[in-house]
Every structure is written in C-alpha cells, then in structure tokens.
Design a protein around this ligand. Structure first.
Ligand SMILES: Cc1cc2nc3c(=O)[nH]c(=O)nc-3n(C[C@H](O)[C@H](O)[C@H](O)COP(=O)(O)OP(=O)(O)OC[C@H]3O[C@@H](n4cnc5c(N)ncnc54)[C@H](O)[C@@H]3O)c2cc1C
Length: 507
C-alpha cells in the first residue's frame, strides 16, 4: 500500500496500476523493484519519450535496438521474444563448432543490461498479445521475428521417416525446445544426403561428420552428442540443382569442410570441365570459392594431406545438376532408402544459367535426408500486411505501409538470406527510417515513460503468461554455464521450456 501511495504521489498510478492485481509473489516483487528504479516521468505529453517495442531478440532485433538507442539519447526499447531465452538464431542456428560467431552475444547482452533497453521473453506475439495491442501500448513497433518455417520440396515421399528439414535438425543439435524430440535415426544407414548447397547444408554435413572429440567441447546438446557418437553415417553428399558456379555456400565454410579431420572430400573432376576457363571472369569472392572447389576436385593431394585423406573414415561430396523428384522407401517400406534424382542440364535463359530437366533420373541410396532449401517467414497477425509469395512483410526502408508506427527488420523484412552482419545493415536502415519519422513529427511519444511495457505486462499477467525478464534469463544462463563446466563445454543448454522457466524463476 505504501508503494502504491508513493507511486500515486509521483503520478505513476496509471502506469503501474496493475500492482493492485493479484500477483505471483516473485513477479510482483520484481515489478515493484522495477517501479522503484523507474525514472520519474512528467505528466506533460510534450516531455514524453518515444517507447519502442521490438518483436524478436535475434540479431535484427538487437541491432535495431542498438541503432535506435544510439540515434536518440532518450528513447527506450523493449525487446519481446516468444522463447524464454534471447538471441534467436545466434543461439539456435549458428553451428556449435563456430563459437567465435556467437561472440556477438556479448554486444547484445551489454545492450540488454543498459537502462534504456529491456528483454521480455516467453511472450508469443500474435498469441499472447496482438500486434494491435502492442501498437496501442507503444509509439513504435518493429517486427524482427525472423523466419521460423522451412521451404518444402513438394515431391512424393517427403514425409517418409528419415527425411527431415535441416531447420529441425539444426534445432535438435542446438537445443531448440520444439526440436528436442526429433531423435533422427543416424544408425540405419551409412549415407546421408543433404538437399541444397548453402552454408546451412554445409553446417549439417559438417556436424554429422566431425569427430566426436571435437564436438564434445562445443555447446552442442548432450542428446545430439550421444546420437552422433553412435552414428553410422560415414558419407554425406550435398545435392544441387545447378552447377559449381551456382553453389550458395561461402569459401570459409568450404575450406573448413575440405580440411575436416577424419574426412576426405570426394568431388568429381568431370563436373568441373570448362570451369577453370570461366574463373578469371568471376567476381573476387566467387573466384576464390570456385578455385578452391576446382583444386579440390582436380588436384591429387600430396604429402601429409594425401596421408590424412587416405586414412579418413568419413567422406563428403557435392553432386551437381540433380533435383530430387521422389524419396523412395527402403526394403522394409518403413523409412527412406533412396532419393530419385532428376538429372538437369544447364541452359542460359534470359542471361542466367538455369537448371533444365533432361527427363533422365537416377536413384541414389541413402538412409538419412536433410532438406536444406531455405527458411520461410510466416504471417504473424491479420493486421500486418504480408507478401506470401516472397515470404516477407512488405516495407519501404523498413516502414510498413498503411500502419502508422509499424516497422520491420531482419529476415522477415528482406527474406531469409544473409549473415548476421547483413542484419546489422538492414537494422540500421530501419532505425534510420524510424528516427527520420520521429524528427519529422510523423510519430509522437504519447505515453509516460514505462507505460508500454507495464501495460503489456499487466495484460500478460491477466492471461497467466509469465514473462521472462533479462535477470531471469541470467539465471538460465548461469545454470547452463554451470552444467557446461561440469562436462568441459562452454554451456549445456536447457532444452525444454519447462526447465528454462524453472530456472528462470528459481531464487
Ligand atoms: C542454421 C543457420 C546457421 C547460421 N550460421 C551463421 C553463421 O555462422 N554466421 C552468420 O553470420 N550467420 C549465420 N546464420 C544467419 C543468421 O543466423 C541470420 O542472418 C540472423 O539470425 C537473422 O536474424 P533475425 O533477427 O532476422 O532472425 P532470428 O535470428 O531468427 O531471430 C528472430 C527471433 O524472433 C523470435 N520470434 C519468432 N516469432 C516470434 C513471435 N511470434 N513472438 C515473439 N518472438 C518471436 C524468435 O524466437 C527469434 O528469437 C545462420 C542461419 C542459420 C539458419
């Protein structure tokens, strides 16, 4: 009661009115602490500061927050995520053996620990709270919710056991709660096929073939480590519908694969006939990539490398000008046993080399198929425009037309391509557009400080949704780090929502 009086005295009653609701004691205490720490606000609307809500705590969300906070020294940002843990695909996508890529988390954490930025996890926007409600509570809403679905091939047999999306497989080894129980069968066959020739395809191939002694020092989940330890997979082939000049992976990832301990490359020199003549005309980045492929395919290794490759138990390769037309069951009929590949030829159409089916096919035996042909964004809320063909929210420099105060950034804005750094550039564009609209008076700060978040927390409380704040995430983080230390890993991820929430609210 004393606190309420204190707040009333400072004109904060409407902002924090939900204190009178029956609260979970821990949650209530935390809210009270925040209230006491909150900056005093003035009643005059002219003095209000813009409140921004960002949906999605991946790179796009954090980079948008960073650019906004830098660009306006008053504005505040609340980042919501449907998971109790932040960082999106940096945590759930980036391969466990690429810890250096995850260093960006330090930068994002510093931001979330700052006074003007907060993380609110375990809130599924579109389900727990609508975009419309967010727009009422905040002056600006930025949708940065990424691409959580995957593209399918639409060919017969795609549903056979043993055929998985690379997205789920990645989620499984990285501890994404919805994929924890994927339990892929890695024992029934020694051959896996990855449909696609991008970096995600190389990631999953590499994880399948990396020696267990290297994997066990990473933050790969324990269940994946155990399955890979017992895996029978010895060969992984990446299938592409076009040729070597069209692969989508990058040279760093290819080099890593070429040098993978215990594994030899198996590229077919015939696939590269005529390619060396074209190399000099290629842009620099593709030139380096193609040179490495040609070298690997056509030059016999010598010395120690020859020795290494001769002793390697595992093998990986690239198959070009092939498109899956059907997945065939094995002899038992219960799971995938082969992929039927349509053979293509390359033909220049409108200046672009395209894959044209020859009508011929070949069957390629395999017991595991990972489909890696792209991620896909889904519409979030009926009030948000969505281009289903392109799988993006249509926007101009991040501004969503027709809905005042609504913006987007990241994969949901430009489509599911590009690295973390691409999201930085993209987020900067969206932030610049917001700051421009603010200074042009297109948007106004209409609420007292802290109102937006408190309005949403009040709503979540009524719906019995327990938001996970940054300090709650730090408890999950501490538990994961503690478990990791016990087994010599940087962290042992909690892989179920129940466990995450248990540690989030454990005091
Ligand atoms: C397998 C894989 C490996 C990769 N490896 C690398 C790499 O090594 N190096 C590199 O630079 N890039 C890598 N990338 C690319 C990089 O991860 C992306 O460019 C980047 O994560 C895209 O950022 P984003 O914020 O748009 O999306 P995301 O990172 O997907 O973030 C979206 C966030 O929104 C949240 N969200 C979704 N729906 C809702 C909702 N309804 N309500 C609230 N929150 C929601 C999600 O939980 C998630 O946290 C990789 C990508 C993949 C798929």
């Amino acid at each position: 009661m004393k606190i309420v009086k204190f707040l009333q005295g400072r004109g904060l009653v409407s902002a924090y009115g939900f204190l009178s609701y029956k609260c979970h004691p821990i949650r209530c205490n935390r809210v009270v602490t925040r209230v006491l720490q909150a900056p005093l606000c003035t009643a005059s609307s002219g003095d209000n500061i813009p409140q921004v809500c960002i949906v999605g705590s991946g790179p796009a969300g954090f980079y948008t927050a960073q650019s906004l906070l830098k660009g306006d020294k008053k504005l505040t940002v609340d980042i919501y995520d449907k998971l109790p843990v932040p960082f999106g695909l940096v945590r759930f996508g980036v391969a466990p053996d690429h810890p250096e890529v995850k260093n960006v988390i330090n930068q994002f954490s510093t931001l979330a620990e700052g006074q003007r930025c907060s993380f609110v996890g375990n809130v599924n926007v579109g389900q727990d709270v609508s975009v419309e409600h967010l727009l009422q509570a905040y002056d600006i809403v930025v949708l940065s919710y990424g691409a959580e679905d995957d593209t399918t091939l639409g060919v017969p047999g795609e549903d056979l056991p043993g055929v998985y999306s690379a997205r789920s497989f990645v989620g499984w080894y990285n501890g994404l709660p919805e994929d924890t129980h994927l339990n892929p069968d890695l024992k029934s066959s020694d051959t896996a096929v990855v449909i696609g020739q991008g970096n995600v395809a190389l990631d999953v191939a590499r994880i399948l073939l990396t020696p267990i002694d290297l994997l066990k020092k990473t933050d790969i989940t324990e269940h994946a480590l155990e399955a890979i330890r017992e895996s029978a997979i010895r060969r992984v082939y990446l299938i592409g519908r076009r040729g070597p000049l069209q692969v989508a992976f990058t040279v760093k990832e290819l080099r890593e694969m070429v040098k993978l301990p215990g594994c030899r490359p198996s590229l077919n020199a015939e696939d590269f006939v005529g390619i060396p003549d074209k190399i000099k005309e290629l842009p620099r980045v593709r030139k380096r990539l193609t040179e490495l492929m040609v070298k690997t395919a056509t030059e016999a290794p010598s010395g120690a490398e020859a020795e290494r490759q001769a002793q390697a138990k595992n093998e990986w390769g690239l198959k070009f000008c092939r498109s899956p037309v059907e997945f065939l069951p094995d002899a038992s009929g219960s799971r995938v046993g082969a992929v039927r590949l349509g053979i293509n030829k390359l033909q220049v159409i409108d200046g672009i080399e395209k894959a044209v089916p020859t009508g011929e096919t070949e069957d390629f035996p395999c017991g595991l198929v990972l489909r890696s042909i792209g991620y896909k964004s889904l519409p979030l809320d009926p009030m948000v425009p969505f281009d289903s063909k392109k799988g993006v929210i249509p926007s101009t420099e991040g501004r969503v037309p027709g809905v005042k105060g609504l913006y987007c950034s990241g994969w949901v804005k430009r489509g599911p391509t590009g690295v973390i750094l691409s999201s930085l550039n993209d987020a900067m564009e969206t932030a610049k557009c917001i700051l421009k609209d603010l200074s042009a008076g297109e948007l106004e700060a209409s609420h007292q400080a802290g109102w937006g978040k408190d309005e949403i927390l009040k709503h979540l409380h009524q719906k019995d949704v327990q938001p996970v704040l940054y300090e709650d995430w730090k408890r999950i983080d501490a538990e994961e780090t503690r478990r990791g230390e016990e087994v010599g890993k940087p962290r042992e991820k909690l892989t179920s929502l129940e466990e995450m929430l248990h540690y989030a609210f454990k005091h």
